[in-house]
Design a protein. Sequence first.
Length: 508
Amino acid sequence: ARLNPQSLPRLSEAVARPAYERGRVTPGIVHLGIGAFHRAHQAAVTDLAMAVSGDLSWGIVGVSLRSPDTRDALAPQHGLYTLALRDAGPDGQPREQLRVIGSLLEVLVAPENPGAVLERIAHPQIRIVSLTVTEKGYSLEPATGQLRWDDPDIRHDLAHPARPRSAIGMLARGLALRRERGLGPLTLLSCDNLHANGDTLRRLVLAYALLQDAGLAAWIDGNCTFPNSMVDRIVPRTREEDRARVSERLGVDDAWPVVGEPYLNWVIEDRFAAGRPAWDAAAGVSFVRRAAPYERLKLRMVNGPHSAFAYLGAMLGLRTNSEAAATPALRGYVDDMLRLEVAPTLRGMPQATLDEYRQRFLARVANPALPHLTQQIAMDGSQKVPQRLLAVIRDRLRRGEGFSRLALAVAAWLHYLRGRDEQGQAYAIQDPLAAALEELLARADAAAASASPGRAAHRRALVVAGYKPVFGKLAGQPAFVDALAEHLERLRTLGVLGTLAALERDAA
Ligand code: NAD
């Protein structure tokens, strides 16, 4: 039997289920990017908020801008799916809590029918449009945060506004319809790991709208809010064995459960144009006036080190970040990076808070019950490295402070882009700028080959750091180029563990 509203009463006792009358839920939210993360984070919080508050007007219409896979799996289940929260118990064995989530009402596949998505966005019941479309889904240039007018999807949408492919094109068209229909205000809520995600989304939507119709841009400015938010929960991609295990425990088949850690954090600016669910009924969720300090804390103390573990771990041939965190030299390096280089940039945060946050992060990554693949975290580096690592380096440079551990994480990304680990195993580079990066590394190699042996490493780093879409103004910083040159050379000649040992010796 399949998980669906009829089979709910038959589930095993230990499984939590929607504590409200699901048939009475009406849509209030359109969510673009119905991936694993949204289902394990915002949708789960919305489910709880509806149960606690009794306000059932916040059902979610999920939208995939790419693949039909989520819709195909969940349509026969009427949107129901299981959230499995996993960690290791005191005995080191995995333990797991199951909960069926009822807040997702339907899933639309935009490439099949973009018009249906636009109709939902321009529906009077919809008061929030939220997003988790990954960093690259914003069509922005990483170094500047400005819209990339040469992005193929953006160019397509400008030419065919009624059949948008990009998230920005979809939002702009949906908002234009709301304006034409005289509908009320709307909140657009980015839940991606971007610096100032709400402000960024607002800038991109307004820039795009302005090019088409100044009146539309003015309407958006007057009727829509774009709260910034910080989101946190580790949610790896669901594996076949997760599906099998969860279905076995439920007693019915769930074609696509999601798996995450028990920890959850969501800090949202309380600027909603047309109301919001009582999300703060859930533990770990709070509404604030300014999210910037929390967002910076999370990008720098969680996402940055996630990437460092992923790049160095992948090159060592490690499959998961928990294996990377269990490698003493790697864990020691990341701990030092956070304690000595990252935490001091988070001015205004009490030392004790930072220490606790760092220790909890290290414990969370180490969770052996949650295999988060190094290769999944490593993807799209060009979109992630700027706000996770380069922003911190710029901060420290400005104050004349050292950043050699942070620079190693950046060098690790560049070294990773060579596509082969230390065991000689090849892997594919997934990045929207992959072709440009490949060309860049080839140019850097050529420059190094034509330089005198003593200058080769520096020439290589100079060419790499000159890549403006990612490094921006850091290109012209000699201290940054020097640090990159040293780490890249060490990674090439000494390998990951040798490089970490050399860094230790430098610090002694
Ligand atoms: P996912 O790959 O499961 O889902 C991503 C969604 O984005 C899918 O619906 C996909 O169709 C869509 N998408 C992919 N490329 C796109 C593009 N170019 N344009 C528009 N949409 C596109 O990933 P996920 O685990 O759900 O994570 C999504 C995002 O959520 C992350 O990139 C990050 O910003 C945020 N997040 C994730 C985690 C996590 O642990 N997974 C934690 C914090 C924040």
